[in-house]
Design a protein around this ligand. Structure first.
Ligand SMILES: CSC[C@@H](O)[C@@H](O)C(=O)COP(=O)(O)O
Length: 309
């Protein structure tokens, strides 16, 4: 299954807001509809946002205002701006070919990261912890950190995945569990706040996460909760491994301090799927991502190399 693709002159993508209950495909033919889908997280995850941006430039057909709005639809994952810039730099007649190349390179990169990440880990019956969703739903066919999990599972080396639920939008509870069940990979769901404690209790071999932007010094912006896991992993002596394509490395951003962190507003925190939890009028702080300093990162695995920041 492809999460996002170009089919008969339009973008087709899995509407991730409907999972795990319904597998619905959206067909998108204009940039404003695509921006709406990106903002409400129908399509999400850094590599998938890159492909959405690349294909969106094709829909924009050279309209600079549309391209600028698409590029800014979400600020943290550099893949979106990177892919928009790559395709927008070309004449419109060459855009589709370039966008499809970005799609195909993502598929190949995820296979390569999966193999390299699995090779890096030692032992069998591995128990790994992860946050958010970094599977095929966050890319095109196969994911980044969850691509490593998939490779471990295919090689018969996976013991169990502990998936953090990932408040407020529950990408772990809704999407990662769905993907792991489809793979037939053993897994259990964990509340976000239990992550560091479970690391301290022992028996977990690695934390595997994706990334939305990696600064030049190796600081990693990823889903909120990643930093807490990194601190817990450091204290427990568990390897903290980031799996991301080269396109997520942003050499133009010197350190994590310069990464724009999206705040998604109060309502996502005060309500869950339309049901209000907090008293009316409660304000929330809702950073969608955090920054893990490079000294807490054991290794960054890309399709080309293993970086030890
Ligand atoms: C392979 S995906 C890496 C990251 O994009 C992922 O971990 C993440 O934080 C996604 O956040 P989201 O807000 O769901 O787009």
């Amino acid at each position: 299954m492809r999460t996002i693709d170009w089919v008969d002159g339009a973008i087709e993508l899995v509407d991730q807001t409907k999972l795990p209950d319904e597998l619905v495909t959206l067909r998108i033919t204009d940039v404003d509809t695509l921006i709406g889908a990106i903002r409400r997280l129908s399509v999400r995850g850094a590599p998938a946002l890159g492909v959405a941006g690349a294909l969106g430039v094709v829909l924009a057909a050279g309209d600079a205002a549309q391209i600028a709005r698409l590029r800014a639809a979400r600020p943290t994952a550099v893949n979106l701006a990177w892919a928009v810039d790559q395709v927008a730099a070309l004449p419109p007649g060459k855009a589709l070919k370039a966008a499809l190349r970005i799609r195909d390179e993502d598929i190949a990169a995820c296979h390569a990261m999966g193999a390299r990440g699995a090779d890096l880990l030692e032992g069998d019956r591995l128990r790994v912890m992860t946050v958010c969703n970094t599977g095929g739903l966050a890319a095109v066919e196969r994911g980044t950190a969850l691509g490593v999990v998939q490779t471990l599972h295919e090689r018969g080396r996976l013991g169990e995945v502990l998936a953090l639920e990932t408040r407020p939008l529950l990408q772990g509870a809704r999407l990662t569990t769905w993907e792991l069940a489809r793979m037939g990979a053993p897994h259990r769901l964990v509340t976000d706040s239990a992550g560091p404690y479970l690391l301290a209790r022992g028996g977990i071999d690695a934390v595997l996460i994706g990334a939305d932007r990696i600064a030049a010094n190796g600081d990693v912006a990823n889903k909120i909760g990643s930093y807490a896991l990194a601190l817990g992993a450091e204290r427990a002596g568990v390897p903290f491994i980031v799996v991301a394509p080269e396109s997520t490395i942003d050499e133009g951003t010197p350190s994590g301090d310069q990464i724009a962190i999206e705040d998604r507003g109060s309502e996502e925190v005060t309500t869950i799927q339309g049901v209000r939890l907090a008293p009316k009028g409660t304000e929330a702080v809702n950073p969608a991502f955090d920054v893990t300093p490079h000294d807490l990162v054991t290794a960054i695995v890309t399709e080309r190399r293993v970086i030890r920041p």
